[in-house]
Design a protein around this ligand. Structure first.
Ligand SMILES: Cc1cc2nc3c(=O)[nH]c(=O)nc-3n(C[C@H](O)[C@H](O)[C@H](O)COP(=O)(O)OP(=O)(O)OC[C@H]3O[C@@H](n4cnc5c(N)ncnc54)[C@H](O)[C@@H]3O)c2cc1C
Ligand code: SF4
Length: 514
């Protein structure tokens, strides 16, 4: 039997964890949890249809899990007639309904919502307690303590701190297992087609999810991507099944083939867990402990276990730290002053460049592409053509089921587009077609010739790569890690240089004409 409502606890779409900080020590008898599907969140960028369907379906199932755990949940569906379409509007309406004495929330994952929540106490005249999101391994204070006073914020050193903090893959003497912190050099094998690859699990939508899919098909018909074949896990239990499946069948070879790409093989040995980790269905530290246990049980080699754990307690935590430390204007940076709009084929996949058609086509189909497709294919191309980083960020935020600004922006603006001038990466991830050829079978299926630099069949990445370096020499010329390519350029004869630049210019003009 409910006593009066004392506490209103808004739970956002990426806070789908039973152990969320806002719920800790709250009394289910005097609290009500508010969950909201609102137009504002679904439309601030044009999210992939599968991304919206995944999040709404996961939210609806999480509401059920909370109720099963004894909580009262006030759930506002997108099509509820009085839905005010904004989070703040829905909190205001919930205050009218429940008259709580206070609000407790877990901090939002991005600046836009953080600012909105900061206005709540004045707006509502109710005390608002915002708690830190402790599903991350490093607190804001810990990241700042690590970063303060350092000239360069390199992921590798932060990662070692996180290894020490968690004790993951350390010997009893506190040293890294295998005598080194990082086995990345062993993780660069191209994959061969005849290897038996694991298939990810597929989760058939239940009635609740089907309802959401119909809603999204109706309300977001013009958004990118397709709903066909929707098979995401939408409960913690199913996300745990995908985790167990990955640990058993894919993790042992995750390291070796982490950077590989194959035609029509979208997932390879990747975990596909990022949407579940990022919305709260899986706990990142728990996942890493299971990976470590798999290594200690002799099921997973060290290069795979270390490689995977580094992505989570290293890269994932590090980009989050950078996002909050650099402030809300981080996303507006444009070190290279790149201005070209993103070509229209990013929304269709219709291009003769086979690597791009594969990466974009799979993205539109699955709301997923793996790291190297994002970084070295679509990201690399956008960087080479000088695409506006704001446009590029918007695209990545729209099309991936795991995309939230805190993780997308540093990866796109910092790592991929060098828009922060080298805060996150020591050099731009720019490359000619040779890298794609080495790590994939794409070039064998392409109408372009990856070995040719000029002429009608020349791989566009080749001339664009040199043009990128020449165009940005003032800003990049003193970067020690680019000294070799600039030397190579200077050694080319003038005719070759002219031909490469003319090739790039003609290609870019073709892009601009559409
Ligand atoms: C341009 C670009 C944009 C990206 N945008 C996003 C994004 O919006 N959301 C997102 O979660 N990741 C993003 N990433 C990182 C990475 O590509 C995805 O996390 C990964 O592809 C997700 O697939 P997976 O779960 O199969 O990953 P796996 O390859 O199996 O890796 C394991 C886990 O490590 C974590 N991880 C790996 N690399 C990173 C990274 N660089 N940053 C943060 N976490 C990482 C993820 O949680 C991932 O699930 C981006 C990378 C690039 C280069
Ligand atoms: S030849 Fe060039 S465009 Fe074609 S797949 Fe290879 S890298 Fe991509």
């Amino acid at each position: 039997m409910k006593r009066g409502i004392d506490t209103l606890i808004p739970v956002l779409g990426d806070q789908l964890s039973l152990g969320l900080s806002a719920l800790r020590d709250a009394d289910p008898d005097t609290s009500v949890i508010l969950m909201m599907e609102v137009e504002e969140e679904a439309t601030y960028v044009r999210h992939h249809k599968k991304k919206i369907a995944f999040l709404f379906a996961a939210m609806r199932h999480h509401a059920q899990a909370l109720r099963d755990a004894g909580w009262e949940v006030d759930y506002i569906r997108l099509d509820a007639p009085e839905n005010s379409d904004s989070l703040t509007g829905e909190v205001a309406r919930a205050i009218e309904r429940h008259r709580p004495a206070r609000i407790i929330a877990t901090e939002a994952g991005e600046w836009r919502l953080r600012h909105a929540m900061e206005l709540w106490p004045d707006k509502f005249g109710v005390p608002v307690e915002i708690r830190e999101d402790d599903r991350f391994i490093a607190s804001h204070a810990e990241f700042d303590a690590w970063a303060d006073g350092r000239k360069q914020l390199r992921m590798e050193f932060f990662y070692r701190e996180m290894r020490r903090k968690t004790g993951l893959l350390l010997t009893e003497r506190g040293e890294p297992e295998g005598g080194q912190w990082n086995f990345d050099k062993e993780n660069r094998k191209p994959a061969a087609r005849d290897l038996t690859m694991p298939q990810p699990l597929s989760f058939a939508p239940d009635a609740l999810t089907q309802e959401v899919i119909a809603l999204v098909a109706d309300r977001f018909a013009d958004n990118p991507g397709t709903l066909d074949g929707f098979d995401f896990a939408v409960t913690a239990q199913d996300a745990e099944r995908q985790r167990a499946h990955f640990l058993r069948y894919a993790l042992p070879q995750f390291g070796d083939y982490q950077d590989a790409m194959l035609t029509d093989v979208p997932f390879l040995w990747h975990s596909l867990l990022s949407p579940y980790i990022n919305c709260g269905l899986l706990d990142p530290l728990d996942l890493c402990r299971r990976v470590e246990a798999s290594y200690r049980a002799g099921h997973t080699p060290l290069n795979a276990a270390e490689g995977f754990i580094r992505q989570i307690i290293g890269w994932r935590e590090y980009v989050r730290g950078i996002y909050w430390r650099e402030g809300p204007d981080y996303t507006a940076r444009n070190f290279l002053q790149a201005k070209r709009p993103l070509p229209a084929f990013y929304w269709t996949g219709q291009t003769d460049m086979h690597c791009m058609a594969q990466a974009i086509g799979q993205t539109l189909q699955n709301a997923y592409a793996h790291h190297i497709q994002r970084l070295m294919v679509t990201g690399n191309f956008a960087l080479l053509i000088g695409a506006d980083p704001a446009d590029v960020q918007r695209w990545y935020l729209e099309v991936y089921a795991d995309a939230y600004e805190w993780v997308e922006a540093p990866n796109v603006l910092g790592m991929s587009q060098f828009g922060d001038g080298g805060l996150l990466g020591s050099k731009p991830y720019a490359s000619s077609g040779a890298y794609i050829d080495r790590m994939s079978d794409y070039c064998g299926h392409c109408r372009y010739d990856v070995k040719a630099r000029t002429g009608p069949k020349a791989c566009p990445f080749n001339a664009l790569y040199w043009d990128f370096l020449v165009r940005n020499r003032e800003k990049l010329g003193s970067n020690q890690r680019l000294a070799m390519p600039y030397r190579n350029w200077d050694r080319m004869d003038a005719d070759t240089q002219r031909a490469l630049q003319a090739q790039a210019k003609a290609f870019l003009a073709g892009l601009d004409e559409g």
